[in-house]
Write a protein that binds this ligand. Structure first.
Ligand code: ADP
Ligand code: MG
Length: 682
């Protein structure tokens, strides 16, 4: 059938859902159309047809007139075809998305029906998405509707057997599967449509949850993992002598959760979410010390790997770990893309013979050449920067998969986390170390720049440091790069040497240079760090108290929150200043307002989700778990939660789906599995 929309079977046709229905007995009056309406269904006479414009701007414009006014019907593609079928002076009904051009209502690529014939349409008609290509071949939404009608005339309930257990249908008052399919395509009333929609959305969410939770339960029950019997001597010594502060309750809670996991004999696979600055690194470190203090049956200590998304970050982790561990018998090394051949050789040997306890690095640490003697624990910092495949490689680094702790400082809302990462166990640190003052965030227009620079001077006079960030959305974008350089020159003119020293870091620098510049700032040798977002994640300079973001409107919410998280890491009051142009889109303005209003990463994340939708949330794009046809994790949050609980209850009672009550479910999953396997072959 039609590959264009991915419709290749009857099942696909059933699942090609109408995006709305229109009551074809009622048309809109053209004069009554206004910008508040998404779609228009109008009836009138064509009074003119003309093609205008050249090349890509060429379009066909037909004017349709009813008793109240006129609307333009516009086509950019398939012009020849439309010219053939559209006749001046004849009556048509036109349906489509309503737009306005210079105050004139218009519909681009309308669905057309001849209205001269004396056939009166009746009831609710489904409106299906089509594509321009299909339309150009005459395959309008209308034609899909005819095919679907035809299909239903031959379909009976046994062709669409029930998949949900009865108890769930009853509890949530859901329609049966067959009825739901029928009604979503051809409802008699709006109410019938929304009932059907509700059932099928629930279906989608429930099945997705069932799958993902089943993976987790299987791991809990059947996977094998290394056992860390006790916290071990290294951990104990660190806790007693080296830890320079009291852990927060959140940190203690998470450590306990991980301790429990690593004693069960099952592999741990845990997601740790914590706002920027909540102190995830120390938790990870202490876990690695537990690993180092435990041995396997052959008396070999467990090694750990700590993977960071950038070289800068890896170096910084090495630094802070080395300081924290200086009196402990722990051998920590770093491996990155720029590690020199001689050191690399040494490190590979140390990993293989077990003399290295902790290997820090970038994705260089998961390359095949890196062979561990006995890898027992893996930490993936800022996991959204890594792909699923990279994570999977860690699993193969020992006989049994090591325990995996995945950390993210881009908080995502709980519902989203549980949906996208439902196969992982989930920990949250919702508490900042004591004594932190919330960062004061302000939004200023660019003409305030001199005042902002003066403010930085006053902070520097008190011994503090500052970041000034320029957008470099694409490291390769020359325009952004020039902006950064221009910005740097400007900053230099505000802050002349030798009274002030400036570091600059960006993605085009060779790693050593990046490193030196970064280190000078970390060491307090420079006052100001001019940078792109390469410092976005993880960088920890507690003495920095000012974060200025240039062209802040170009950044997403969670990215801005991340950047803000670079300050406020010490005891001093910190400031984040968002500089933008005066002309802002409504959405950009809202983003600035959110940041000014709250410091809470989880609230920022919720807002981000609302403003951008789940597709854009970092790290969830590849997960696929969020791509629902009907349901929306933004708008159907409550239903998602209900589906999640329902799925968990079913599995809790019957993980293998062997009870008669779950037979439909089991068959459905098997069938789906075959289908996907088949699709892979075909
Ligand atoms: P993040 O969660 O963003 O990765 P870090 O682990 O970098 O945060 O920690 C931020 C800073 O807070 C570090 O300087 C760290 O030493 C410090 N820190 C962590 N835990 C505590 C604590 N319980 N009390 C005081 N300071 C802490
Ligand atoms: Mg961190």
């Amino acid at each position: 059938m039609h590959k264009e929309l991915g419709i290749i079977s009857c099942g696909d046709l059933l699942n090609h859902f109408p995006f709305r229905h229109i009551d074809k007995t009622k048309t809109d009056s053209i004069a009554g159309l206004n910008a508040g309406k998404d779609f228009a269904y109008v009836k009138g006479i064509i009074t003119s047809i003309e093609t205008i414009g050249e090349g890509r701007g060429r379009r066909l414009v037909a004017r349709l007139k009813d008793e109240t006014g006129s609307i333009d019907l516009v086509w950019f593609q398939g012009i020849n075809w439309i010219q053939k079928i559209l006749h001046n002076g004849k009556a048509y009904r036109a349906f489509g998305r309503l737009g306005f051009f210079m105050g004139m209502p218009q519909i681009a690529h309308a669905d057309l029906e001849n209205a001269d014939e004396n056939i009166q349409p009746s009831g609710l008609e489904p409106v299906y998405p089509s594509t321009e290509k299909l339309k150009a071949r005459g395959m309008h939404g209308n034609a899909i509707s005819r095919l679907t009608k035809d299909l239903f005339s031959r379909l009976s309930p046994k062709d669409l057997p029930e998949n949900l257990p009865n108890s769930i249908l009853e509890k949530f008052k859901l329609l049966g599967r067959y009825q739901a399919y029928r009604q979503i395509h051809f409802p008699a009333t709006e109410e019938e449509f929304s009932q059907a929609l509700r059932r099928l959305k629930f279906d989608e969410l429930f099945i997705a949850q069932l799958r993902i939770q089943r993976m987790k339960l299987h791991r809990h029950r059947f996977s094998k993992g290394y056992i860390f019997e006790n916290a071990g001597p290294i951990f104990e010594q660190f806790y007693k002598d080296s830890l320079s502060f009291e852990l927060t309750n959140a940190q203690k809670k998470v450590l306990k959760e991980i301790r429990r996991d690593t004693m069960t004999g099952r592999q741990m696979n845990r997601l740790l979410q914590g706002d920027v600055g909540s102190g995830k690194t120390i938790v990870a470190l202490m876990c690695m010390l537990i690993a180092a203090g435990n041995t396997d049956g052959d008396g070999r200590a467990y090694q750990s790997v700590f993977m960071a998304p950038t070289e800068i970050l890896a170096r910084q982790h090495l630094e802070s770990l080395s300081v924290a561990l200086k009196d402990l018998p722990v051998n920590v090394r770093i491996l990155t893309g720029s590690t020199k051949a001689k050191a690399r050789k040494e490190i590979l040997a140390g990993c293989a013979d077990g003399s290295i306890n902790i290997l820090i690095g970038t994705h260089a640490v998961i390359e095949d050449k890196v062979i561990f003697n006995n890898l027992g624990f893996a930490v993936i910092d800022e996991q959204h920067k890594f792909g699923v495949a990279q994570r999977a490689r860690i699993w193969k680094k020992n006989k049994l998969p090591p325990h995996v702790l995945v950390m993210t400082a881009t908080p995502i809302p709980r519902t989203l986390a549980l949906t996208a990462y439902g196969d992982l166990d989930y920990s949250v640190m919702d508490e900042l170390p004591p004594g932190r003052k919330p960062v004061v965030t302000t939004h200023r227009f660019e003409n305030a720049r001199p005042a902002v620079m003066d403010f930085i001077k006053s902070q520097v006079a008190e011994g503090r440091q500052a970041y000034i960030i320029y957008p470099l959305i694409e490291e390769s974008s020359t325009l952004d790069y020039e902006n950064l350089m221009k910005g740097y020159e400007e900053v230099k003119s505000f802050f002349p040497e030798p009274a002030y020293w400036i570091s600059m870091v960006h993605g085009r620098q060779p790693p050593e240079q990046k490193d030196t510049n970064m280190q000078r700032f970390v060491a307090g040798d420079t006052h100001i760090m001019v940078s792109t977002t390469v410092i976005e994640v993880g960088v920890n300079v507690p003495n920095a108290t000012v974060m200025v973001v240039e062209s802040a409107e170009k950044f997403g919410l969670s990215q801005l929150h991340q950047l803000r998280g670079r300050v406020g890491r010490g005891a001093d009051q910190s400031f984040c200043i968002l500089l933008t142009g005066r002309k802002l889109s409504r959405e950009a303005r809202e983003r600035m307002q959110v940041l000014v209003a709250t410091n809470d990463g989880f609230i920022v994340a919720e807002k981000d989700l609302e403003l951008r939708g789940p597709g854009e949330i970092e790290g969830t794009k590849q997960s696929g778990a969020l791509n629902f046809k009907l349901a929306s994790i933004v708008h159907d949050k409550a239903m998602l939660e209900a589906a999640r609980e329902a799925a968990s209850a079913v599995l809790e009672a019957d993980i293998e789906l062997q009870l008669p009550e779950n037979e439909g479910l089991k068959n459905f999953l098997l069938q789906q599995k075959q289908k996907t396997a088949w699709a892979k072959i075909a």
